[in-house]
Structures are given as C-alpha cells and as structure tokens.
Design a protein around this ligand. Structure first.
Ligand SMILES: [Zn+2]
Length: 187
C-alpha cells in the first residue's frame, strides 16, 4: 500500500475541508476509518503493519472495543496468529461478554482503529483486567491525539495526526466566510 493518509484520502476516510462534527464542533478534517477498510485486503495490510510492531511482545490475545476496533483487531490477530476477542458496551459500561474468558496473566494487545482521547481503549483495558487479563500494549491505525493520549500502557500508532476542532464562534474557517458542511453531504 502507498502512504496510509493517501489511502485514507482516496477512500474518503479522510476529508479535508470545513466540517461540522457529530459533537457540533467545526474541524478542517473529517475521519471515518471504516471507509479505509471496506476492502479486506486493505485491512489486512494495516493489521500486518501493527502486528510487525508488536510481534516480540509475547502477545497471547488481541482484544478490541466494539464496534470501531473489530475489523482492525481481527486483522492484527490474524497476522499474529493469536485469538481475537472484543469488549462492548452494556448499559453504557464496557464489558467482556459472549462467554469470552481470560486466563490469569494472559498477555493482551488492545487494538482500535483511531485513538482520540484514548477513552474507549482505557475502558476496554479495564474490562479485560477485571477478567484477569494483563494488557501489555495498545495500538491504533490513527492517533488523533498527536501522541498525547495516555491509556496506561505503552502504545503505538501507524500515523499520528493533529485534528484541530473549534467552537463555531472561534472557527477560523467560519471567520473567513467558508460554509461548514456535514460529512457525508458531499457528493
Ligand atoms: Zn466553521
């Protein structure tokens, strides 16, 4: 694969412009990782790249927070030839369900598609540790925190990005008179 961000732009997973995010904030970038992994061959390439950076860690199991982490987590587990499990929200709390269980001290790699504040990775780690796992490493394709998100374990990403967000009143693009658009409205 060529440059990762170039791939994201080509698949529409990364848009440059002037966007209204679901939070209501404005941003010059919009990221939707799912669009970059519609082709399983592309997800496989990302999975292998993360696996290459974590191959020496003695990982027993890859785990991801659903839904965003499922495809990339599966791809990393496939590349490492280890099992794959996930956590999901139940009444708002990240939980290990579906009969998944962990051995005491089982060494786990937590994988997400994109880390913004690290919140869902931290919640996933807490759910795994509550069930006896030992999370030794975390990884994502994209790090939107530009390296600043702290998830409590060592972490890597394939690409670090700075994605500024603005309140409407402080948005420099609005100040220039640009019209903000909702992602997905562009044809
Ligand atoms: Zn704006």
């Amino acid at each position: 694969m060529d440059d990762i961000l170039e791939h994201f732009r080509r698949t529409g997973a990364l848009l440059d412009g002037h966007f209204i995010l679901s939070s209501g904030l404005h941003s010059p970038k919009y990221l939707q990782c799912a669009l970059a992994m519609q082709n399983p061959a592309d997800a496989k390439v990302f999975g292998e790249a993360i696996a290459d950076k974590s191959r020496d860690l003695g990982i027993d199991t890859v785990a991801s927070p659903a839904i965003g982490g499922l495809i990339i987590g599966f791809a990393v587990a496939q590349a490492l030839n280890v099992r794959f499990i996930w956590t999901e929200r139940q009444n708002g709390v990240m939980t290990l369900r579906r009969g998944f269980s962990l051995r005491p001290g089982e060494r786990i790699l937590v994988v997400e598609d994109v880390i913004t504040t690290g919140g869902s990775t931290r919640e996933c780690i807490a759910a795994l540790e509550d069930n006896g796992g030992e999370v030794v490493f975390a990884a994502s394709i994209i790090d939107r925190s530009n390296g600043t998100a702290d998830v409590g374990v060592p972490r890597i990403s394939l690409v670090e990005m700075d994605v500024p967000t603005y309140e409407t009143a402080d948005c420099p693009m609005c100040a220039r008179g640009d019209i903000a658009e909702k992602p997905g409205s562009r044809k």
